[in-house]
Design a protein around this ligand. Structure first.
Ligand code: AVJ
Length: 322
């Protein structure tokens, strides 16, 4: 067993993204990937246990129930790359099923070092596994993993948890096409996607009673305070979950409770907020079963199989590169 993290070459540019997102004349925004510092990753872990938020449990149920069937449909031998491994808890079922068949190299790709460490700790006890973590953006990490590929070895890429939902639809398609570009024919991608459901269920899932999702969202401002020396008063911003019917997504916003000015020395900017003005921090797109296959086909995959949860509408989609 080999467990190590390969550190990133260059830190991603938090300061310039914050500056660009908050100086826009239209809707202010902060990219959702910055929600996942150590505190944010821990808060998301709590969200995944909340009764209102069924997404992660549906994902896990499907993987637990169908791990053997999924793995049997993937041509081997394979190396596994996971984009955004999180804690690694739900990946266990797939890796155990694979490791019964072959020695398996598992390459989690994560921008959160603490998530990478958690994931390595969680999975290193599996027999016949070797884990090499990449602290990288998804496509950079996948390119490196692909370069490690041995002749005759297929790649099995995991993109679980409906993380793809954070892209809008055109960007999601572009992302899948970029993944396909890195892969070879016969390589597989297991894509987890949250499916469309009622507005009331979605609003509860993204604005839970305990306020964990609110804390997860507000933590982004706390992070800007810590890392960029800003003076956001967290009590003057309020979490809000909104359905965007046209885009078929749930959005998270931070609403300014009053007119206020915030300075962010580390991003070299002073930002004014009107009362009621929002910072858009995340979109979670919801899909229909049919559209996932159509999008996959457009990106150069074929839809090999789909598994759908019977409690919380969610699909695992096994896509094979053409
Ligand atoms: C981890 C991106 C799938 O969009 O549902 C949870 C993150 N945001 N609650 C999602 C999240 C608010 C989550 N993903």
């Amino acid at each position: 067993m080999l467990v190590h993290a390969i550190p990133a070459n260059a830190a991603h540019d938090f300061a310039s993204d914050v500056r660009a997102g908050l100086t826009r004349s239209a809707q202010k925004e902060l990219p959702s990937k910055y929600l996942y510092d150590d505190v944010g990753s821990a808060l998301f872990e709590v969200i995944s246990h909340l009764p209102e938020y069924g997404l992660t449990r549906a994902d896990e149920r499907l993987l637990r129930r169908h791990a053997d069937e999924i793995v049997n449909r993937v041509a081997g031998p394979v190396a596994v790359a996971e984009l955004g491994s999180g804690s690694g808890r739900k990946t266990r079922w797939l890796l155990e099923a694979l490791c019964r068949r072959q020695r398996t190299s598992y390459y989690p790709v994560e921008i959160s070092r603490s998530a990478l460490t958690m994931c390595e700790r969680e999975l290193s006890d599996i027999d016949s596994i070797s884990i090499v973590g990449f602290e990288r953006e998804y496509l950079d990490g996948l390119l490196e993993v692909a370069a490690y590929r041995r002749p005759g070895q297929h790649l099995f890429v995991l993109f679980l948890g409906s993380t793809i939902g954070n892209f809008d639809r055109p960007a999601g398609l572009r992302f899948l096409a970029e993944v396909r570009w890195i892969l070879q024919p016969g390589d597989a991608l297991l894509l987890g996607t949250d499916l469309e459901k009622s507005s009331s269920v979605l609003l509860r899932a993204y604005d839970d009673e305990l306020g964990v999702t609110a804390a997860f969202n507000l933590n982004l401002l706390a992070r800007v305070n810590h890392e960029l020396g800003a003076n956001f008063d967290l009590a003057q911003f309020e979490h809000s979950a909104r359905i965007n019917h046209e885009a078929r997504c749930v959005e998270m916003h931070l609403v300014s409770r009053r007119k206020q000015v915030v300075s962010i020395p580390g991003a070299n900017v002073v930002v004014e907020f009107q009362e009621g003005e929002t910072i858009w921090t995340e979109a979670s797109h919801k899909y229909s079963v049919g559209e996932i296959c159509r999008t996959a086909t457009e990106a150069g995959f074929h839809c090999e199989a789909q598994w759908i949860d019977d409690e919380w509408p969610f699909a695992e989609n096994l896509l094979v590169a053409e």
